[in-house]
Design a protein around this ligand. Structure first.
Ligand code: EPZ
Length: 423
């Protein structure tokens, strides 16, 4: 397994262009199945999760090419609606293939995606929504078979504003008979991006970005060309890295409006942030101040996907901060790794009590999930000495060549490939 080797203590500086959003591109690629023909999706980063999604679409019969940051997808030869189990295991979010497959082919067969490092990640809200639209769902072991001769519009209320469930229901309802409303819908920018994409394909949807989405079913959708929004979590990760290393970084091709909660927290901690259209400038001039309380919650509150990263800044802050994780029950595993680097953090259930220290020290640490891995890279950049981050494949799921991106900002970071086994 690859490792990242980081010589810390150098302030980041320079300019970086932000990649397209993984969590917008994934549902948009799945939604392409709703049209018959060739779609062109731009600003799609080269990531493990994107490659897995493209391989699933190829298994279903699509032709898919990913050149530079553009995906060309031909869905005219799709011949099955059965997602292979080995590929389902590689990426949990393939569960939202159910909606488009059901809508277009009347049938979908997927596998329970299973838990992962950050929590159980149930799919009951997905299944309840599809059943409300008239789907018959059978669970045989870890296999899920959905069937529906015709999907009928319905009023659906989500018990929790699940991002994936909102997306799955949207993609199923666009070809249903009649009107569907989704109340207590997720409001993330990626939901709005999916609505824009579906509307361009000919769907009738409104309300994305609010807690109520209304969909009028249509008979067919046509493939289109679309450009995915910038990745707000990669943007936030680089912003925190700039501040944690006391650096000065300019981020281009961003959407600052998607990061208001992070910008608010970082400014309160004393980081200078200047926003101008799609450019964000971050200057970590002084030691950050502690933040008494940050609670992760659904958008537009502080995002769970930036919780582990901001924790590194707070670990170096002057004072005691409290971070509460309310979205995923297993998303504080990076605390043990940060403690090995000298952080002073105590965890009690889903809350972390972070007493800032003047500096962190390099160590060998292990990435346990995508964002925890990114946080350990930030800690390594800020720490005194050498840090080795193991299990880097987690990070590669969401960050395009993270070592190349950070080296462009002056970091001393390299990827060490596994030593071939000579035996
Ligand atoms: C999406 O995951 C993102 N992934 C996650 O990003 C992100 O952390 C999450 O939304 C929350 O913002 C993609 O978009 C591909 P949820 P998703 O359904 O859709 C519970 C990353 O790092 N829940 O909003 O799986 C669930 O257990 C990834 O890029 C149910 O109980 O998130 C969790 O506690 C990690 N039943 C909470 O809701 C359900 O049917 C949030 O899950 C569905 C979810």
């Amino acid at each position: 397994m690859d490792k990242l080797v980081i010589e810390g203590g150098k302030p980041l500086s320079g300019t970086i262009v932000i990649q397209g959003a993984k969590n917008a591109a994934l549902p948009i690629l799945a939604a392409s199945l709703l049209g018959d023909g060739v779609s062109k999706i731009e600003h799609v980063p080269h990531l493990l999760d994107i490659e897995v999604m493209l391989n699933i679409l190829r298994e279903l019969g699509c032709r898919a090419e990913h050149k530079e940051d553009t995906v060309v997808l031909d869905t005219s030869a799709v011949h099955t609606s059965h997602v292979p189990e080995p590929l389902m295991k590689l990426m949990r979010s393939s569960i939202f293939l159910m909606g488009p497959l059901l809508a277009r082919f009347g049938e979908a067969q997927v596998y329970l995606p299973g838990g992962c490092a950050i929590g159980e990640r149930k799919i009951d809200l997905h299944l309840q929504g599809l059943k409300a639209l008239g789907a018959e769902i059978e669970e045989i072991g870890n296999r899920i078979i959905c069937r529906a001769d015709k999907l009928i519009g319905a009023d659906i209320h989500l018990g929790f504003p699940s991002v994936g469930a909102t997306e799955n229901i949207m993609m199923a309802a666009v070809l249903a008979d009649g009107r569907t409303t989704i109340s207590n819908a997720a409001r993330e920018p990626e939901i709005t991006d999916l609505q824009h994409y579906l509307v361009r394909m000919g769907a009738k949807i409104m309300g994305a970005g609010t807690d109520t989405i209304t969909i009028e079913g249509v008979n067919r959708l046509t493939p289109c060309r679309y450009e995915v929004i910038p990745d707000r979590i990669v943007t936030g990760t680089v912003m925190v890295a700039a501040a944690a290393t006391r650096g000065s970084v300019v981020l281009q091709r961003t959407q600052p409006a998607h990061l208001t909660s992070l910008i608010h927290v970082m400014r309160r901690s004393g980081v200078q942030i200047i926003v101008d259209d799609d450019i964000i400038r971050v200057d970590g001039l002084v030691r950050p101040r502690a933040i008494e309380r940050i609670v992760t919650a659904p958008y537009p509150a502080f995002p769970t996907d930036l919780q582990s990263q901001i924790m590194v800044l707070l670990a170096l802050a002057d004072g005691v901060s409290i971070m509460k994780e309310t979205i995923f029950e297993g998303r504080l595993k990076h605390v043990d790794e940060l403690s090995r680097m000298g952080a002073d953090i105590r965890v009690d259930l889903n809350a972390a009590f972070i007493r800032g220290v003047p500096r962190l020290y390099g160590a060998t640490v292990e990435a346990t999930d995508l964002r925890a891995g990114a946080a350990l890279v930030i800690a390594g950049l800020a720490a005194q000495g050498r840090t080795i981050v193991e299990q880097v494949h987690h990070i590669d799921r969401g960050y395009e060549k993270i070592e190349v991106m950070l080296a462009k900002l002056g970091a001393t970071i390299s990827r060490s490939l596994p030593v071939p086994n000579n035996s």
